[in-house]
Design a protein. Structure first.
Lengths: 134, 270
């Protein structure tokens, strides 16, 4: 009788780190709630040729024929940090990239993007167009 | 015919020059990047004649500004980000197209590989918008900050933009079992030392081993479905505005008085 091959895995635990994409999805949901779904957030995830995960955050206006504005993206490898981001969001001509090492840094970055004058302009302009066309 | 003018203004105002070009060539759609002036003052200039017909086709891509001779309702944006503004051009009794206005990142801040990856993104976004629009009639115009022969422009998963109509008319090519749609890039024909024409749209000279001097960064690229409606030979790189030359005596763009890029003029039959 053959000997049973043992399960060599240890007890598996899920990482306690909040995945960066979960933070983005939460902001996408929050935008819909704040605007009565006149605008929604959408997060698309793709895996690049280099194996990195890229999550892109869009603002979508369903009543404007699903017009989409790409607000920002973040990118990371199998380890969730560091996260590569574009920045600073106020830079209007050249977009530089930088690396964030922790959830706290990522939260700070996303807060800065969402609170930037540019994002406020985009949201306010889209809301005005949505209301003018409905 | 619908007449288009594209110009990267290098953050100059140049309202008088734009007004002269629009009037001289009866431009219908004006696409600008690095536009420093406000849309209001340019609109006033464009509409200073007896028939005020120009409109500002507003959008949220701050690097691109578009003005039209017809109602901006016919040129609504469907997708935008920092560098791209995609509009559905839907005029009554005319063929609908997707106008993809771009101003991609400069070589000063990105490696050639990063620029190529950016083209992969552009190609993906255009593909998505074509699927949404239900047709493949896209026209890309703008400052790509890359020459037609660079990886991002020619790679299958990039813009897949070829120099030959014959090849583009095959519509797609297959690489490693995946099918990629072609673009036709008529700007290949605008390199070199041909009499009476500039050698590119942008001049750059620096002391390093590889230096092209003249570049064709400003381009018009069309899907095969639009090829027969856009006369590649008719694309003009303009060097004069009225009596003024946009070039210095040595033939380089006069970036002190005008822009470091030359404007593109072309027509599309819709």
């Amino acid at each position: 009788m053959a000997t049973a091959i043992p399960d060599l895995w240890p007890e598996l635990e899920q990482s306690q780190i909040v995945p960066p994409v979960a933070i983005l999805r939460e902001q996408a949901t929050a935008l819909g709630k704040k605007t009565n779904h006149l605008l929604n957030g959408r997060v698309d995830t793709r895996i690049g040729y280099d194996g990195k995960f890229r999550h892109t955050f869009y603002i979508v206006a369903p009543t404007l024929d699903d017009y989409s504005y790409e607000l920002f993206w973040i990118e990371h490898g199998a380890d969730q940090y560091p996260v590569k981001v574009q920045g600073p969001p106020s830079n209007d001509i050249e977009i530089l990239e930088r690396s964030l090492d922790s959830e706290q840094e990522l939260l700070g970055y996303i807060r800065a993007v969402l609170n930037s004058e540019k994002t406020k302009r985009v949201v306010s302009s889209l809301l005005a167009q949505v209301k003018a066309t409905t | 015919m619908v007449t288009f003018l594209y110009w990267n203004l290098n953050r100059k105002s140049l309202e008088a020059e734009i007004g002269t070009l629009v009037q001289a060539y009866q431009v219908d759609i004006l696409v600008l990047s690095e536009f420093a002036a406000g849309p209001v003052s340019l609109l006033e200039r464009l509409n200073s004649g007896p028939r005020p017909e120009f409109h500002y086709a507003s959008g949220l891509c701050e690097r691109i500004r578009i003005f039209t001779r017809f109602s901006s309702d016919f040129l609504r944006p469907t997708f935008e980000n920092e560098s791209i503004s995609i509009r559905r051009l839907r005029m009554p009794a005319r063929l609908e197209i997707l106008l993809v206005a771009v101003h991609l990142q400069s070589k000063l801040f990105q490696s050639e590989d990063s620029q190529a990856f950016q083209c992969v993104e552009v190609a993906r976004i255009v593909g998505e918008q074509e699927q949404k629009a239900g047709h493949g009639r896209s026209l890309i115009v703008g400052d790509l900050n890359m020459n037609p022969f660079e990886k991002g422009l020619v790679s299958a998963n990039g813009l897949n933009a070829v120099m030959s109509r014959e090849i583009a008319s095959r519509k797609t090519r297959t690489v490693q079992s995946k099918e990629y749609r072609f673009f036709f890039n008529p700007m290949w024909a605008h390199f070199g030392d041909r009499t009476g024409r500039p050698h590119g749209t942008y001049y750059y000279d620096r002391s390093e081993h590889v230096n092209y001097y003249w570049n064709v960064f400003d381009q018009v690229i069309v899907r095969p479905d639009l090829m027969d409606r856009c006369d590649g030979d008719g694309i003009r790189i303009l060097t004069r505005v009225g009596e003024d030359s946009l070039l210095l005596d040595d033939g380089r763009p006069d970036s002190r008085n005008f822009s470091d890029h030359l404007p593109l003029l072309f027509e599309v039959e819709l």
